[in-house]
Design a protein around this ligand. Structure first.
Ligand code: FAD
Length: 353
C-alpha cells in the first residue's frame, strides 16, 4: 500500500483547489485492504475516500487521511442469451471501462460515456446522463466494512438508487467501501439516442442508427455522447471543475406553479410522482450568472451549471461563489439550489450548506 504524508490535494481532485492532507494512502492490490485497516487501527485519523476526485472538492486543508481507491480490472462473470454480467473493480477508470465494452460492441452503458471518475464511485451518486442512470444497469455491489473488515454483496434493489443519490449517501453507509460493482448488461437493450443534442450530432454525421448493425449502433451512440460532451463541458485536465455543480431542483406541484407564475417560460420535466424537475442551468443563466467570476473561480461561460477554477481559485472563493449563485437564484426564482459534489471541510466531513 502506498502511503504519502503532507500531500498537496490539487492532484487528487479535479477542481484542483489548494489544500493539503496529513496523509494519502492508495489502495491498488487485494492485500492493501487489510493494510489500510491495520493503518487505520494504528493511526485512527479521520478519512475521506476518493476515486478520481471528480465529485469531491477539498475546500480547506484536511488534517486526515485521503484514501484513493485504485484497484483495477474487470471480467465477464456470467452470460445468458439475453444478458452479460460484468464485474469491475472499484478503482477501474469509468470512461475507459465503458469504451472497452463499447469497442466489443456491448451496449448498455454507452449513454454514460466520457464521465470522469471510477467504477466504484458510479453507484454512490447513481451517475446519469443522456437519459440513463447507472443504477438501471447495476445488479449488485460488493462492499467492505473498513472497521470490521466484513465483506457483503448487496443487490441493486437494496441500494435506493434515485436522482444523483443512493444508499451510499446515507449515514448507514459511512464505513462501507465499494470494492467492486456487478453490471447486468442486456444484450438487446433498446438504444437511447433521444436527447436532442445526440440527435443533432447523429444527423450532422449522416448516421441513421436503423441502418447500422447492433454493435455499430452502440458505437455510434457512444461516439455521439463523447462528441457532444466534449463540445459542452470543460475538460478537467485543462480547467479545474467538478462537472455539474448544482443538482437540478425537484419541485412539488405547488412549487412548480409558483415558479411558473414568476417565470412562465421556465422549462420543466414532469416526474412520475407528480413533481417537476427544473434545469438548474436555465435558472442560473436567467439570473445573469453565466460567466460570473469571484476571486479565482467562475461560472463557466459555456455551461452555466459548471463552476470552474480559473487557476488560482481557493476553497473560500468557491464557497462564496456557490452562495452567490444560490442567493441570486433564490431571490429571483424562490428556488434554493443544492450542490451536487461533496465539499470536504477541515474535519473531513461534508461542509453543511
Ligand atoms: C467534467 C465532468 C463531467 C461530469 N459529468 C457527470 C455526468 O454526466 N453525470 C454524473 O452523474 N456525474 C458527472 N460528473 C461527476 C463525477 O464524474 C461522477 O460523480 C463520478 O462518478 C465521480 O467519480 P470519482 O471516482 O471521481 O469519485 P470521487 O469524486 O472521488 O468520489 C465521489 C463520492 O464517492 C465516494 N467514493 C468514491 N469511491 C468510493 C468507493 N470505492 N467506495 C465508497 N465510496 C466511494 C467518495 O467518498 C465521494 O463521496 C462529472 C464530473 C466532471 C468533472
Amino acid at each position: 500500500m502506498r502511503i504519502e504524508r503532507d500531500v498537496d490535494l490539487r492532484d487528487w481532485h479535479t477542481f484542483r483547489l489548494p489544500a493539503r492532507a496529513a496523509e494519502l494512502v492508495v489502495i491498488e492490490r487485494d492485500a492493501d485492504w487489510a493494510a489500510w485497516r491495520a493503518r487505520w487501527q494504528a493511526v485512527p485519523l479521520p478519512e475521506v475516500i476518493v476515486g478520481e476526485g471528480s465529485n469531491v472538492l477539498f475546500v480547506a486543508d484536511f488534517p486526515g487521511r485521503v484514501v484513493r481507491i485504485a484497484t483495477r480490472g474487470w471480467q465477464v462473470v456470467a452470460e445468458t442469451a439475453t444478458e452479460r454480467v460484468i464485474e469491475a473493480a472499484a478503482g477501474e477508470a469509468w470512461a475507459p471501462f465503458v469504451a472497452a465494452l463499447v469497442a466489443r460492441g456491448w451496449g448498455g452503458l454507452e449513454n454514460l460515456a466520457a464521465i470522469p471518475g471510477t467504477v466504484g464511485a458510479a453507484p454512490v451518486q447513481n451517475i446519469g446522463a443522456y437519459g440513463l442512470e447507472v443504477g438501471e444497469r447495476i445488479a449488485a455491489v460488493t462492499i467492505w466494512h473498513r472497521v470490521s473488515g466484513e465483506t457483503r454483496t448487496v443487490a441493486a434493489s437494496e441500494l435506493a438508487f434515485g436522482y444523483r443519490t443512493s444508499w451510499f449517501k446515507t449515514d448507514a453507509a459511512r464505513d462501507w467501501v465499494i470494492r467492486s460493482v456487478r453490471f447486468a448488461l442486456p444484450k438487446h437493450a433498446a438504444l437511447r439516442p433521444h436527447y436532442p443534442d445526440l440527435q443533432r450530432w447523429l444527423t450532422a454525421q449522416g448516421i441513421e442508427l436503423a441502418d447500422l448493425p447492433p454493435d455499430g449502433a452502440v458505437r455510434a451512440v457512444h461516439d455521439a455522447v463523447v462528441a457532444v460532451r466534449a463540445a459542452k463541458l470543460p475538460d478537467p485536465k485543462v480547467t479545474g471543475n467538478a462537472g455539474s455543480f448544482f443538482l437540478n431542483p425537484i419541485l412539488t406541484a405547488d412549487e412548480w406553479q409558483r415558479l411558473r407564475a414568476c417565470a412562465p417560460e421556465v422549462p420543466g420535466f414532469p416526474l412520475a410522482d407528480g413533481r417537476w424537475k427544473v434545469p438548474a442551468a436555465w435558472l442560473i443563466e436567467q439570473a445573469g450568472l453565466k460567466g460570473a467570476q469571484l476571486g479565482g473561480v467562475a461560472v463557466d461561460t459555456r455551461h452555466a451549471l459548471v463552476l470552474v477554477n480559473l487557476g488560482n481559485g481557493t476553497g473560500a472563493d468557491l464557497l462564496r461563489l456557490m452562495r452567490r449563485v444560490q442567493d441570486t437564484v433564490a431571490a429571483r426564482f424562490g428556488v434554493m439550489l443544492q450542490p451536487e459534489p461533496t465539499l470536504i471541510g477541515w474535519d473531513g466531513t461534508k461542509v453543511s450548506i
